[in-house]
Design a protein around this ligand. Structure first.
Ligand code: EPZ
Length: 422
């Protein structure tokens, strides 16, 4: 198994280019099921999660042609299956995003229930209830959800919690439903806006993208289109925080500063110098020890849960005491135990972690438990004294394109090695 060896204490300097957003690419790839013909997508990130979804789309009958430069052509003229098998959905829970498009396009779908994951139960009840409100008949059998609908009909759907993929799944389904669908308390993430804009380019009638109320007027059919995946705001936030961990100065290229407004405000309050130097560039510089700030994760535009583990690393060596509260997922503190192996002083009380700043962290072998936790361990290694070994890289590779290479190019002493056959 691969692992990372990180020799800490080397400040960063140079430019990092952000890749296309994983959480925009996954719904946009799923949306190609909605129309017959050839789609041309650019800036598709080369990630494990994307590879798994492309495998699934191929099993459904889509012809996929990937080029080296992030361009992917998909021909969805003929679908051969309506089933998303357990072995793929188990590996990548966002595969559930094919459910809405399959029912809308074919009138049926058989999708494995995704099961839980390290950060929480991750139910999909909002997805299923919404489809039932739209007239689909659902049966849960042998771990699969089997959905049937001659033609979905518009419905008024209220999300108890603004679910990101729930909003995406039902927005896609509603595009081909008969009549109007209103999604209330919908999620407002930029990835949803990006998906909605692509659907509009395909001929969908959608209003309210980026607000809590999205209105979709169903149409009879949609047509294929081209689409450039937006930059990954979570990857950008991770590299901004890499400067917070390791010190130095970076220019983050190909990012959208507006998508990081809350994160930038929070990190400036912690003492990081952050300047927007262009519509797609941010300059970040560390000037001395950071101050402790409290953080509470919220749905967009609040502080993103996907950057909670990373900011915890910064608070681990900040001035005083920081309270980090995770309101989205019930078990997203798996990185705490690993950070404590590096010398962090953190106590978890329910949904909050109390982080007492220590002078510095000390390198040690650590194990990644989930995608964003793995990124936080890399950041911790960059700033720690001594050498940190990060194992469990399959988590990291799900959501970060060539993270070790990007960091090595800006001065980090980081190597990806293979353990002898273990
Ligand atoms: C999306 O997950 C992202 N994944 C996650 O990113 C992100 O952390 C999350 O949104 C929150 O922002 C993708 O976009 C592929 P939710 P999603 O539905 O859609 C509860 C990463 O690291 N809920 O917004 O699965 C749920 O349990 C990943 O890139 C229900 O109860 O999250 C959670 O508490 C991790 N029933 C809350 O809502 C449902 O039917 C928000 O979940 C759906 C969700």
């Amino acid at each position: 198994m691969d692992y990372l060896e990180i020799k800490g204490g080397h400040a960063l300097s140079g430019k990092v280019r952000i890749s296309g957003a994983k959480n925009a690419a996954l719904p946009i790839l799923s949306a190609t099921l909605l129309a017959e013909g050839c789609f041309n997508l650019q800036e598709v990130p080369d990630l494990e999660d994307v590879k798994i979804l492309l495998e699934l789309l191929k099993e459904l009958g889509i012809k996929v042609k990937k080029s080296a430069n992030g361009q992917v052509e998909l021909d969805s003229s003929k679908l051969e299956s309506y089933e998303a098998p357990y072995d793929l959905v188990r590996k990548m829970r966002a595969s559930v995003l094919v459910l809405g498009p399959l029912v809308a396009r074919l009138g049926k779908a058989r999708v494995s229930l995704p099961g839980g994951c390290a950060i929480g139960a991750r139910p999909i009840d909002f997805h299923l209830k919404g489809l039932e409100l739209m007239g689909a008949k659902l049966v849960i059998r042998e771990g699969f959800v089997e959905a049937k609908a001659s033609r979905l009909k518009g419905a008024h759907i209220y999300f108890d919690i603004p679910s990101v993929t729930g909003t995406e799944n039902l927005m896609m389904a509603a595009c081909l439903a008969k009549g109007k669908t209103v999604l209330e308390n919908a999620a407002k993430e930029p990835e949803i806006v990006a998906l909605g804009e692509m659907l509009i380019n395909m001929g969908a009638k959608i209003q309210g993208l980026g607000t809590a109320t999205i209105v979709i007027e169903g149409v009879k059919s949609l047509k294929p289109t081209t689409c450039k995946i937006i930059p990954d705001r979570i990857e950008a936030g991770t590299y901004i925080m890499a400067v917070g961990a390791a010190g130095g100065e970076l220019i983050i290229e190909n990012c959208i500063p507006d998508h990081l407004e809350t994160v930038i405000l929070k990190l400036k309050a912690a003492g990081l110098k952050i300047d927007v130097i262009d519509e797609d560039k941010i300059k970040v510089k560390k000037k001395g020890r950071l101050c402790s700030v409290d953080v509470k994760t919220q749905p967009y535009p609040g502080f993103p849960t996907d950057l909670q583990a990373q900011i915890m690393v910064l608070m681990a060596t900040a001035g005083k005491l920081s309270v980090i509260t995770e309101t989205i997922f019930e078990n997203r503190f798996m990185h705490v135990a690993e950070l404590k192996r590096l010398g962090a002083d953190i106590r978890v009380e329910g949904r909050s972690a109390i982080v007492k700043g220590v002078k510095h962290l000390n390198g040690a072998p650590v194990m990644a438990t989930d995608l964003r936790a793995s990124a936080s361990l890399v950041l911790a290694g960059l700033g720690a004294k001594g050498t940190t070994i990060v194992q469990g890289l399959h988590h990291l590779d799900r959501g970060y394109e060539k993270m070790d290479e990007k960091l090595a190019q800006v001065g980090a002493r980081i190597r990806r090695l293979q353990s002898d056959g273990v």
